[in-house]
Design a protein around this ligand. Structure first.
Ligand SMILES: [Zn+2]
Length: 315
């Protein structure tokens, strides 16, 4: 029982044809909800923090709460920086006990992304921390990351191989059609599984076996949850996520880490809106935050059992 890196988790996930859920955390209730669900399913889990979440909650608070979660549950938990913008932020997280960092250099040109990623990899590896990088650009908006659809580009398989070889990065986030935020598709949902397959084949052919791929922007945007927000005063129109079957298929392939943030935000908001509407006289935060925690925990548990398949990954 400890805070761990993702290395063993990903080895087991690749071999077992499932993925580990990476859930964005901002406060105590979200952390408790995620680990309660993971504990029920005996599943390893990744708790991740974006730069704006670091600003909101402060790294020391987050680390202390995550360590409490490890002590309380006995689960393998990785504490991960999501979309680290620079070496400085990665260093701050490593100093604060994070076991994994992402450096997102996807907005730089290719060669510059390689140089900057390599710099983070060298520093992190010297401190026993693993690194995720990103190649290709996802559309959408989430926290500090914003890319419009016209500037989104899918990951090139030859570049993916070259990038992994030259940076030594431990896992790679790719763009195959997912996007950040709650509005992922205007028409039919479509993920480029051939591209994912091709990336894995090229890595395998070069002797890089069982290489873990990461899928960002992979919330399902449950329509019941959106409807619940709207029923109780919300105005969330046209939100659309990644269909469950597609996430399950990706998990059975080389995708070992699936990021979900929007689904947590929606569940929390839906539960709080409902609680406010149904109990207008109540004003104890433990009431509505407790409802939110319960709704997030139920949602995460169904992700583990029905979507990513990481049940019993602690075995
Ligand atoms: Zn992301």
């Amino acid at each position: 029982m400890a805070l761990v890196t993702t290395t063993k988790m990903f080895e087991k996930a690749f071999a077992g044809g499932y993925a580990i859920g990476a859930f964005n955390i901002n406060n105590m209730e979200i952390i408790q909800a995620v680990v309660e669900a993971a504990q029920k399913q005996n599943s390893a889990v990744i708790l991740q923090v974006s730069k704006s979440a670091l600003t909101y909650a402060h790294p020391k608070y987050l680390r202390a709460m995550v360590e409490a979660a490890v002590a309380e549950t006995g689960l393998d938990i990785a504490l991960h920086l999501d979309h680290g913008p620079d070496l400085e932020t990665c260093k701050l997280c490593i100093e604060n006990g994070f076991t994994s960092v992402m450096f997102d250099g996807s907005h730089y040109d290719y060669e510059e992304n390689i140089v900057k990623t390599k710099e983070v990899v060298d520093y992190a590896h010297a401190h026993g921390v693993v690194v995720e990088a990103e190649l290709g650009k996802l559309a959408g908006i989430e926290d500090d990351v914003q890319v419009d659809a016209a500037n989104a580009t899918f990951t090139d398989p030859d570049q993916a191989l070259d990038f992994v070889q030259r940076t030594g990065v431990d896992s790679l986030a790719i763009a195959i059609g997912t996007s950040h935020g709650a509005y992922k598709f205007k028409g039919e949902a479509k993920l480029d599984f051939d591209r994912l397959e091709s990336i894995t084949s090229k890595l395998e052919a070069a002797g890089i076996h069982n290489y873990p791929i990461v899928l960002h922007g992979a919330s399902a945007v449950d329509q019941n949850c959106v409807a619940m927000c709207n029923e109780f005063g919300g105005e969330i129109a046209g939100a659309k996520g990644i269909p469950t079957e597609m996430l399950r298929k990706a998990s059975s392939m080389a995708v070992c880490k699936i990021n979900m943030d929007t689904d947590i935000r929606l569940a929390m908001t839906a539960a709080i809106r409902k609680s406010f509407a149904e109990k207008p006289a109540a004003f104890d935060p433990r009431g509505y935050l407790g409802d939110a925690r319960k709704m997030i925990a139920d949602m995460i548990e169904s992700k583990i059992t029905d979507v990513i398949g990481s049940t019993d990954s602690m075995k």
